[in-house]
Design a protein around this ligand. Sequence first.
Ligand SMILES: Cc1ncc(COP(=O)(O)O)c(C=O)c1O
Length: 374
Amino acid sequence: MAPHDPHRRHLEGLARRDRLRALAPRAGLDFASNDYLSLATSPELRAVAEAALARGVPLGSGGSRLLRGNHPEHEALEAEAAAFFGAESALWLSSGYGANSMLVATLPQRGDLIVHDALIHASTHEGLRLTRGEAVPAAHNDADAFADAIAAWRARGGMGRPWIAVESLYSMDGDRAPLAALAAIADRHEAYLLIDEAHATGVFGADGRGLAGALEGRENVVTLHTCGKGLGCEGALIAAPRVLTDYIVNQGRGFIFSTAPSPLMAAVARGALALVRDRPERRDRLAALVAAAAALFEHELGVAASGSQIQPVILGDNGRAMRVAGALQQAGFDVRGIRPPTVPDGTARLRVSLTLNVSETDVAALVAAIGAAL
Ligand SMILES: Cc1ncc(COP(=O)(O)O)c(C=O)c1O
């Protein structure tokens, strides 16, 4: 066998199915990023970073949090995040992917059940590969399906605690989880509710706290707030009862055996929380842009509005999705095609992301271009 044969054959197979991925430079109007509030390039956040550098905050942490890596900036961010989200405690990790997979791998105990939404993010699936609990999917956004899965497990003799894992706002569909119904089910079944707020943090809820704001602080609720999307920087904050964050500090392998994230970025993330809390204007401007886009997508393209800043245009076929995305990119719009396995088979799509990096005029031009490309 020639060197790398299995890898080459795999890539060729992906190409045959229009699934080959490749890195592309960023170009064109931003309809692809998750920098919803345009904080990543904002003068305000840049000033936070400059002030932190000026007062000597280090770039690197130098080690794991449990060794030399713990820095007052990490603890300041976590204290402020807990207060901001309304949780007893918060813990900051380098990425949402790592945080989610570690949460699911660490918190559920042997004998527990994890019922997850069928469309849950890959990072949760990663944790499910490692979990000691039993995992079952539930139909997307169908609260009854979650309750039924728990009831069926109890009927089979399930003795542990159930965990309900959802995203508050789905990353590829832009629709919302029925959080109030799921919280009621969690209470009824003595279940935990694990809510990934990745795409809602900073964008929705009072002060930009996300869609689960009303549930934060409950003894059975754990939320994940990524910092690389609406907050414009990177990392992820777990908000939870203190006993659970203490448990992660002791048992979360992704927390223990990894270099602590940059103290400078902790200062920036803390600045981003303050910005979304104190400056609602960006959130209001995004809401206006989303409303204008919804009307255009519905009237001009006949595409049902998602009700959020994530607007899918489902095309079905992988090749078609990539061709239409390519035509839009040629016309100066950075829109990406999303294919299986990121989305279910037969639902390849354009994922249009609305951010303050574009204007209403840009959105109107994009909608016209999509109409022409289709
Ligand atoms: C729903 C959801 N959860 C978690 C993540 C991972 O977060 P991060 O990008 O910080 O690793 C993403 C990112 O794509 C996401 O969409």
